[in-house]
Design a protein. Structure first.
Length: 285
């Protein structure tokens, strides 16, 4: 790939969402590590010349090939004919590039910093000590899964990874319900367990799967639950925490228990300290 090349942003083999031009040389950016589990630090800037406004440009199935994420388009493809006829103004080719999100601090927070942050928020010393112990155990389990090649089921992920973390953060069994009314894991502000006391919906995915893609499903479960103000989507190690806003749920914090970070500028959200805080029973804004 080189400057001036045309890039087609596609999904599957028939839908095109954008057309752009490669600008500048290759770069490596730490900010694009761990994008929902993908390491995408190898970067080429692209000036997007055409974007699908509502629906993508659709072609017949297999107009684009299966295979590598980045590959050359077959010159006989109808996509090439469409590109040749695409009307793009000269202004689009000179439009300034959008600024990339950058980390404010390159260093990762230490465990003790996380502990002090939670303590200052009002989390009990007992919960913090349990949490620090649980970090080590969860990291061992995660590494064992990766080394062994085992991808645990959602039920196993909930039992061995998610519930232990939530217990360490102060949630009691009485206020946690597994597979409650089609919700993978429901957390309640108080008893009895019902729609009015439902505080958090937790949607679990298989270990190693995309977790943020589960947000819409979690949101559908939270609909019509008046006091459900948080959603957690996770595959056991990576967690996305969404908070209810006036316009709906928005990504508030993201964390990976194997790689502590204070922020995720690509997502424009907080990192591990705020994620853990937002997952506690005591959380408030």
């Amino acid at each position: 790939m080189k400057q001036g090349d045309i890039v087609v942003l596609r999904s599957g083999t028939s839908s095109v969402y954008g057309v752009g031009e490669v600008v500048g040389n290759y770069s490596w950016l730490h900010e694009f590590s761990n994008i929902d589990g993908w390491d995408l630090q190898h970067v080429r800037r692209v000036r997007w010349l055409w974007k699908a406004e509502d629906d993508p440009k659709r072609f017949d199935t297999y107009a684009l090939k299966f295979g590598d994420t980045t590959q050359k388009i077959d010159m006989s493809s109808p996509v090439v004919s469409w590109l040749e006829e695409l009307d793009i103004s000269e202004e689009e080719f000179t439009r300034p590039l959008v600024s990339l999100p950058r980390l404010k601090r390159a260093e990762t927070p230490e465990v003790q910093e996380i502990a002090e942050y939670l303590y200052d928020k009002g989390v009990s010393s007992n919960s913090i000590e349990n949490l620090l112990r649980e970090f080590n155990e969860l990291q061992r389990i995660a590494k064992w899964y990766m080394k062994s090649g085992i991808r645990p089921s959602e039920s196993e992920t909930i039992a061995y990874l998610i519930v232990p973390l939530l217990r360490a953060l102060g949630w009691t069994p009485q206020r946690m319900a597994i597979e409650w009314n089609n919700v993978d894991l429901a957390l309640f502000t108080q008893l009895p367990r019902n729609d009015n006391s439902l505080s958090i919906v937790v949607e679990a995915k298989k270990r190693g799967a995309s977790c943020l893609s589960a947000m819409s499903q979690a949101q559908s479960y939270a609909a019509q639950k008046p006091n459900c103000n948080r959603l957690i989507v996770t595959e056991g190690i990576r967690y996305g925490v969404y908070v209810k806003r006036e316009t709906g749920f928005a990504l508030y914090a993201y964390m990976d228990l194997t790689e502590f970070r204070e922020e995720y500028p690509v997502y424009r959200c907080h990192g591990i300290q705020e994620a853990l805080w937002a997952m506690t029973p005591e959380w408030n804004e």
